[in-house]
Design a protein around this ligand. Structure first.
Ligand SMILES: NC(=O)c1ccc[n+]([C@@H]2O[C@H](COP(=O)([O-])OP(=O)(O)OC[C@H]3O[C@@H](n4cnc5c(N)ncnc54)[C@H](OP(=O)(O)O)[C@@H]3O)[C@@H](O)[C@H]2O)c1
Length: 363
């Protein structure tokens, strides 16, 4: 492995490779002779320190896939849970009870199309795209289904484009599908300053809603700047106990009880729970939400975002119209991906955290 070549590998990455090579983990001998690429892997569950830079086999697209030369990758909390290997993540993630079967992380990408399978019709070599890759990986190349990609809008950077897929799809689908948002509605967004929340505020405004964003003191200005009509500082005020009611609550944090949501909803109001902070609250939400929806006029929904080319195109159009601008907290080089995950784990990023594959971005 050419870990010392400064034209190919930036210094931080070279240092990481050398550290891991010294531990005898850099190159799997049975991969010699095949086209290789650099990728970040987690051979075991643990803290971000277990992440290693390795040479792995470069993927080949099947007939329905697009091979993307990756420029940027954004981080999502689900991957941090997978990495940590906490019991619930092991049980629900299906990625191996004792050690990870799929050892790569990073799902949201932006980059340039390098090659396409013979059935691919929407993309051609050289197109700038964003979307979700399969299998996951902070890697120089990724294969993705053409249904999981869209053309990158010309008015946003690769860093911004990588920030979009999971977070913005979650925002769009929670408001439009699970939340059935209508123009003029009073919408509250808990966790308005994070990866999902910064998109939720902007997309809710694009639907014509009157938006209240909930965040900590340091983020009030950011949430206002994104278009929120009102902001609530959760360190001073509990939105579920101030006497205000909302037609739609999107909870990106999941730190309230079902009775809190019911209290803060207008008659016929809908609450959509996106995230969770404790197993107790998750179980309560799962068990009681159906009961609440059956016995009264208020609804508590939970949702899982799904990737579709159609919705990526909806987001592309919102960005082209200037109605949605991805918010980037910080960009890290590939060699600092452990640092990037540590920052994500604080749960206080302002918008999205992005990792840049500098060597790919220069060409
Ligand atoms: N259901 C799905 O399909 C789906 C998809 C994507 C993500 N998610 C989940 O949604 C959640 C949010 O994801 P994300 O990417 O937005 O994460 P993130 O970027 O880490 O954002 C975390 C958010 O939580 C807020 N927060 C932290 N502590 C808080 C507290 N004590 N009270 C109120 N708010 C608090 C932060 O705001 P401040 O910094 O202002 O405190 C920030 O807005 C995660 O649990 C994630 O797993 C679910």
């Amino acid at each position: 492995m050419r870990s010392g070549d400064p034209d190919i590998i930036p210094p931080q990455v070279a240092a990481l490779v050398e550290k891991k090579s010294a531990q005898g983990s850099a190159l799997d001998s049975n991969q010699k002779g095949r086209a290789q690429m650099k990728a970040i892997v987690y051979p075991k569950y643990g803290t971000p320190d277990v992440l290693e830079l390795r040479e792995v086999e470069k993927p080949t697209p099947n007939d329905n896939q697009v091979l993307v030369r990756v420029h940027t990758v954004s981080l999502n909390p689900a991957e941090a849970h997978m990495l940590s290997g906490k019991l619930m993540a092991r049980l629900l993630g299906g990625n191996g009870l004792f050690k990870p079967k799929q050892t790569m992380l990073g799902a949201d990408i932006a980059g340039r199309v390098e090659a396409v399978g013979k059935n691919v019709t929407r993309f051609k070599s050289g197109d700038e795209v964003f979307g979700r890759k399969a299998p996951n990986g902070f890697a120089e190349y990724a294969c993705a289904s053409e249904n999981a990609l869209a053309l990158k809008p010309a008015n946003i950077t690769f860093e911004q484009a990588a920030a979009v897929p999971v977070a913005a799809l979650t925002a769009l689908q929670s408001l439009r599908d699970a939340g059935q948002i209508q123009s003029g509605q009073k919408v509250l967004i808990n966790g308005a300053s994070g990866g999902v929340g910064t998109f939720t505020v902007q997309i809710a405004k694009s639907f014509g809603a009157r938006v209240t964003g909930v965040c900590r003191t340091q983020n009030l200005d950011l949430v206002r700047a994104l278009g929120a009509d009102r902001v609530i500082d959760y360190t001073r005020e509990d939105f579920t106990r101030n006497g205000q009611c909302y037609d739609l609550i999107i909870d990106n944090v999941g730190n309230h009880s079902i009775s809190d949501y019911v209290r803060a909803l207008s008659p016929k109001g809908i609450c959509v729970i996106i995230g969770f902070t404790s197993l107790f609250l998750l179980l309560q939400h799962l068990v009681l939400r159906r009961l609440i929806s059956k016995i009264g006029s208020k609804k508590i929904n939970m949702m899982l975002a799904h990737i579709t080319n159609k919705d990526l195109v909806v987001l592309k159009e919102l960005m082209e119209a200037g109605k949605v601008v991805p918010v980037i907290d910080r960009c890290y080089p590939l060699g600092e991906v452990s640092e990037a995950y540590r920052h994500l784990q604080t749960r206080h990023a302002q918008g999205k955290i992005v990792v840049t594959l500098e060597q790919n971005s220069k060409t």
